[in-house]
Design a protein around this ligand. Sequence first.
Ligand code: HEC
Length: 180
Amino acid sequence: MFEDGAKCAECHSTDAGPNGEPALLTDFTYDNIGVPANPENPWYQQDAFNPDGRDWIDPGLGGFLATDLVYAPYAPAQIGKQKVPTLRNVDARHSPVTAKSYMHNGFFKTLEGVVRFYNTRDVWPRCAPDLRTEAQALANKCWPAPEVAQNVNTDELGNLELTPADEAALVAYLKTLTDE
Ligand code: HEC
């Protein structure tokens, strides 16, 4: 499922690393997978550093490229792209009750929510503007708009046609990636 049915390994590679290491679960590329803004991101309230407040968006790789004269021409095609993270220890936590959050901005708090997003991002309707958290999205079967609308990957995710049992199997697999 991880390698074929749900295409996860197209980015979270299960091949051996360059020096023969066990799978690193990233291919080190960048993608905008359309993660919504996290309304609970404390950065929005840090006026001293973030004059844009709630309007701030994370430009990802494109924002970095735009700061360099040589690379700036390549920036627009990379706006909103984040590096594919490893999934090693993705469920590791200090104790069973320690809270987790996922993605560059912490929008997701659960692996169930992450997998449902990959499966239904382009199937569920857009949420009403007042529904902005992962919990609200899951309860109302809708997804908020992506934080960055440009360059969203629609080839490998968004409508995977997975059953609830398939989703649960993927979550179970992600939970095996925790070191002893
Ligand atoms: C097109 C490339 C791509 C595919 C396919 C893909 N991912 Fe990802 N994944 C990413 C990127 C990029 C991020 C980081 C996005 C961000 O931070 O906004 C990510 C983040 C994650 C995270 C959060 C990790 C963390 O530490 O925050 C999980 C969990 C995850 N992916 C699981 C999966 C699963 C399960 C699948 C298959 C259903 C999958 N991914 C398919 C590119 C991909």
